[in-house]
Design a protein around this ligand. Structure first.
Ligand code: NDP
Length: 434
């Protein structure tokens, strides 16, 4: 803590992992002697840079850009870029740290990284977003490449932003390579990449329920967020016969007790991705409840899927969910549950899946995009979807392999942390003190 003062999110993420790893390595002197845990919490490299750009009024604005290159033991650094006013070093260090374990769980050759800026794309014109992206890439391009660091999207960085970033990289380097994932299908993007995180969450939930001879069909589901992950979580839930009753954004949530069907889903896609509007418009259009300034955890449900942002579900929320009948929580977002909320779920024997396992489908298909780019081939939708399902199945199996606690419970937290750690740790051991 004294080494990383004020980095609360980073401390939180490290604590959650360390609580699983320290008991695991207690009788494994090889990991202790090589000080793997001490090395894994220290990013290999951090780049911080100035991003000046000119807005539509002709004024100069200045933002800060970052890339945290956390760990390259098992492959090139890989992880998204986040554009949001809350972005700071602590947030990106926690995300890059988590990413290292998540990427390991996919079994694909990807190290951990994360980056972004405190730039807020909300309310900006396309031209302003392009100008910012070009300035951002004018520095970032010298630190990334298809064999060394391959960024993707995250909050505030979708297909539009990836397109602008890719265009500028190509112009600066004069080469067409798979340096970013989440690209458009017409210039090297993988089919199913936009859907992958949300679909993957639901595939993972299906595996969790299967352990109890159950399925998602007929379940009432509460989802937070209304961005990329929330949208495709919703679509897959509808397809598999679950009833999703909420979505949210940073201003509030909508509650539609009849459930969001395919027609309403089409409206949401238009609202969020074309008009770039607020979720409140859904309530206005379909005449359902809109609750301003609150989160959807007060709505009764069988399953809760926090899909917006970090620390959006605290201890009180966890208790309320359980009181109202919730039996399963799976994280589509990164670290949406506080450590206190996680403790409540684990102590009450609620099935709880951490983001590094449940939301790994996005980066997994990004890994598949890298493979397709290297081969200069495109796989079909069905082929990519099948690989995604296989990867989520295998991540679930890894969690169950390492997740049995001494008191006879199944902990997905323990399973994901140890399962992710072992592969990276063994690679670090093999590569010596670097
Ligand atoms: P988007 O930008 O598409 O959507 C983010 C959603 O979360 C929006 O509804 C946004 O509302 C809401 N949100 C953002 N910040 C806050 C906040 N401080 N308080 C309340 N709501 C907030 O991002 P994604 O859907 O891509 O990402 C969502 C989460 O999933 C993030 O934690 C991300 O790291 C994680 N994730 C994403 C992956 C991907 O493939 N995209 C992969 C794995 C994890 P508003 O519009 O009001 O800001």
């Amino acid at each position: 803590i004294s080494r990383n003062p004020g980095e609360n999110e980073f401390h939180q993420a490290v604590q959650e992992v360390a609580e699983s790893i320290i008991p695991f390595i207690e009788d494994k002197p090889v990991y202790q002697k090589a000080r793997i845990l001490e090395r894994i919490v220290e990013p290999e490299r951090i780049i911080i840079f100035r991003v000046p750009w000119i807005n539509d009024k002709g004024e100069i604005e200045v933002n800060r850009g970052y890339r945290v290159q956390a760990n390259s033991a098992i492959g090139p650094y890989k992880g998204g870029l986040r554009f949001h006013p809350s972005v700071n070093l602590s947030t990106l260090k926690f995300l890059a740290f988590e990413q290292t374990f998540k990427n390991s769980l996919t079994q694909l050759p990807m190290g951990g990284g994360k980056g972004g800026s405190d730039f807020d794309p909300k309310g900006k014109s396309d031209r302003e977003v392009m100008t910012f992206c070009q300035s951002f890439m004018t520095e970032l391009f010298r630190h990334i490449s298809s064999d060394n660091d391959v960024p993707a999207g995250d909050i505030g960085v979708g297909g539009r932003e990836i397109g602008f970033l890719f265009g500028q990289y190509k112009r600066l380097k004069n080469e067409f390579t798979g340096v970013l994932t989440g690209k458009g299908a017409s210039y090297g993007g993988s089919l199913i990449r936009p859907e992958a995180t949300g679909y993957g969450v639901v595939y993972f939930v299906e595996q969790m329920l299967k352990l109890r001879n159950d399925s998602i069909k007929g379940k009432t589901v509460v989802v937070s967020g209304s961005g990329n992950v929330a949208q495709y979580t919703l679509e897959k839930c509808i397809e598999l016969g679950a009833k999703v009753v909420t979505l949210s954004d940073s201003a509030g949530y909508i509650y539609d007790p009849k459930g969001i069907d395919a027609e309403k889903f089409a409206y949401i896609m238009h609202l969020k991705n074309e008009v770039r509007g607020r979720i409140k418009s859904y309530a206005d259009k379909f005449g359902c409840t809109y609750v301003e300034g609150r989160k959807p955890w007060e709505v009764p449900c069988d399953i809760a899927l926090p899909n917006a942002t970090q620390n959006e579900l605290n201890e009180d929320d966890a208790r309320l969910l359980i009181k109202n009948g919730c039996k399963l929580v799976a994280e589509g977002a990164n670290m949406p549950c506080t450590n206190e909320a996680i403790a409540v779920f684990e102590n009450e024997d609620i099935m709880y899946a951490p983001g590094k396992a449940a939301n790994a489908g996005g980066v997994a298909v990004s890994g598949l995009e890298m493979s397709q780019n290297s081969l200069r081939l495109s796989w079909t939708r069905e082929e990519v979807d099948q690989r995604l399902q296989d990867i989520m199945f295998n991540i679930h199996a890894t969690c169950t392999k390492y997740g049995h606690t001494p008191d006879g419970r199944m902990s997905y937290v323990q399973g994901a942390n140890i399962g992710g750690f072992v592969r990276v740790a063994d690679a670090m051991l093999a590569q010596g003190i670097v």
